[in-house]
Write a protein that binds this ligand. Sequence first.
Ligand SMILES: Nc1ncnc2c1ncn2[C@@H]1O[C@H](COP(=O)(O)OP(=O)(O)O)[C@@H](O)[C@H]1O
Ligand SMILES: N[C@@H](CCC(=O)OP(=O)(O)O)C(=O)O
Length: 371
Amino acid sequence: MTETIVVKIGSSSLTSDEGGLNRERIAFFSHELAALHEAGYQVLLVTSGAVAAGFRRIGYESRPKLVHEKQAAAAVGQALLMQAYQEAFSSYGDHGGIGVAQILLTRADFSNRKRIQNALMTVEELLRQRTIPIINENDTVATDELKFGDNDTLSALVANMVKAKRLIILTDMDGLYTEDPRINPNAIRIERVDQISNELLSIAGGSGSSVGTGGMRSKIEAARIAMRGGIPAFIGRVLEPGDLRLAVDNIGNGTYFDTSSHNLPMKKQWLGFHSFPQGKIIVDTGAQNALVEGGKSLLPAGIRSIEGDFHPGDVVEVINEQLETLGRGVVNYAAWQIQAVAGLSTEEVRRRVEVNRIEVIHRDEWVTLKS
Ligand SMILES: Nc1ncnc2c1ncn2[C@@H]1O[C@H](COP(=O)(O)OP(=O)(O)O)[C@@H](O)[C@H]1O
Ligand SMILES: N[C@@H](CCC(=O)OP(=O)(O)O)C(=O)O
């Protein structure tokens, strides 16, 4: 089976602090991606850089902060970005270059099953035609509350959508360090991660440049999403020709995030990553183990308390008493019904409320998010 690789390139690798595209870097990355493509991989590129590429051209002195200015800069810069990639890829392949295609997505597209199915079908057809989809957030229409903002999360969702063999997040740092190396030059690189703990998240800081946005934090969050979906991830840097292939081959310059999870079907991807939870259920350790380790359903006995007002069929987030997110599921009970039965045995529950199913969340309607 042809293997698919999703590569994300951040603004900091493509542009300078003063704005404008670094054509040499675009040519270099395109060369690296073309080499993967020619080796037989299906390649998808998630690229940032529209705002950074466009803000000078539109007349701003520095990267704009106001939403409408960023959107205008992105509209100008996206065209420049695509033009640069198109030009760079035209020198590879046999028939007048490797074809590229522009795809702009928003978070709202992912939460709508029909739209994301359509996006997936388009991507699959492009890949069948050996064209490289080049994806960015649709900055013009993405409203602040619903925005990815950085493209790290977007790249992880895309990797899940296409069930990629690996997600490669390229940045200006050769991996995750024990501290931001720009602040502490003695920080040590972490080579491999198999679980993303809160402690690991706490060592990841924000962006180091004036053009990047997410920093290491959003990259680790993205690696977590990929891992949950059964996709191993890499965060690092490619500088020399051949480096991207090394990253794909597990010997790159960066940090590897391994996973033992299996690919999530579309329905569970929607539940885990795109749904909007209407409330929270706080559970005890027994219920946590049953859900996370045991692959079991959530019963009323393990529930401590709830937050929010929800109805049967709504999605809720389940957290433990340490307030860690365990996962999301579709509830069979209304919030008021859970209030009445939390902590009770199954027989007692049957005596007190009338519900279709005894499970508060059935295991088929559940996705674990704790790594
Ligand atoms: N623990 C850490 N290890 C490595 N880099 C870190 C860490 N914490 C913060 N960073 C910063 O994250 C930056 C990369 O993120 P960002 O600027 O958003 O890049 P991009 O534009 O590639 O998404 C690095 O330049 C670095 O300064
Ligand atoms: N969609 C935006 C991405 C913004 C951004 O800076 O992202 P990143 O460099 O990935 O942290 C753009 O193209 O400018």
